[in-house]
Write a protein that binds this ligand. Structure first.
Ligand SMILES: [Zn+2]
Ligand SMILES: [Zn+2]
Length: 257
């Protein structure tokens, strides 16, 4: 199972966009500015967007994506399905697709056959999405702590199991969720701030290298690969240096972009 990183930045930088992952050929997980790396062909094949939460760095490309694909979706008589927690969908309806910031595409071109469909998810309730080569992917949303309603997604194709934590602080909830998921081939997790911004990380419910190391310490099983995202661009070098110091030497970790 492929999980491609389109954007892993925690801010505005020239090298890469903000958080977005691509599960070929129909699904995005989060829709930050990294989505602009997708080819036109790949964009046209998208059917699903799974959102971890409603923060701007994770949804920035969604309004433009639906606008860009409007004609294609109308021609094909289908909708782009956005999966998220009910509170996240409510936030999108109230603050983005409200007819002021952006049109309400859940009623366009008509309320009967719109191009955008909101699908509320329930924590720990698995659902199935199509993967490549007719493989069905099982997706399980799990809770993490980020100060606003946020979930991670565990994705399994029956052989490989991967999890994307979404933004998270150091919390018992997140540790308990990851332990409940069990052995993971890959865990994608954030590390937004360097250690010297510990107080800010606490308030903003993000991780530092130290907090990430403590979180990993609480896991019964470490993932085969840990992919670390969401580094604040100006602290990138410091965060990487601190990760080298803090993380267990036996752990295989990487920065996916
Ligand atoms: Zn966030
Ligand atoms: Zn974020």
């Amino acid at each position: 199972m492929q999980l491609l990183t389109l954007g892993a930045s925690g801010g505005l930088e020239s090298q890469q966009g903000t958080i977005a992952f691509y599960l070929p050929s129909h699904t995005l997980i989060d829709a930050g500015t990294g989505v602009s790396r997708l080819s036109d062909t790949a964009l046209s094949s998208l059917s699903n967007v799974l959102l971890t939460h409603a923060h701007l760095d994770h949804i920035a490309s969604l309004p433009l994506l639906i606008d860009t694909q409007f004609e294609t979706l109308v021609e094909q008589e289908r909708a782009l399905s956005v999966y998220a927690l009910p509170e996240v969908l409510e936030t999108l309806k109230t603050h983005i697709f409200n007819g002021q910031i952006w049109p309400d595409f859940t009623r366009l071109p008509s309320a009967k056959a719109p191009v955008l469909r909101f699908v509320p998810i329930t924590l720990w309730q698995p659902f199935t999405l199509p993967g490549d080569a007719h493989v069905a992917l099982q997706v399980t949303p799990f809770p993490v702590s980020h100060g606003v309603p946020t979930c991670g997604y565990c994705i399994s194709d029956g052989t490989t199991q991967m999890a994307i934590s979404g933004d998270t602080g150091l919390s018992d909830t997140t540790i308990a969720s990851l332990n409940r998921l069990g052995a993971l081939d890959r865990l994608v997790i954030e590390c937004a701030f360097s250690n010297h911004l510990d107080a800010l990380a606490d308030i903003a419910h993000h991780l530092t290298p130290q907090r990430l190391a403590t979180l990993l310490d609480g896991l019964h099983t470490l993932p085969e690969t840990l992919s670390i995202t969401h580094l604040k661009p100006k602290q990138r070098d410091t965060i990487i240096m601190e990760l080298r110091q803090e993380l267990p030497s036996t752990l295989h970790w990487e920065l996916p972009l």
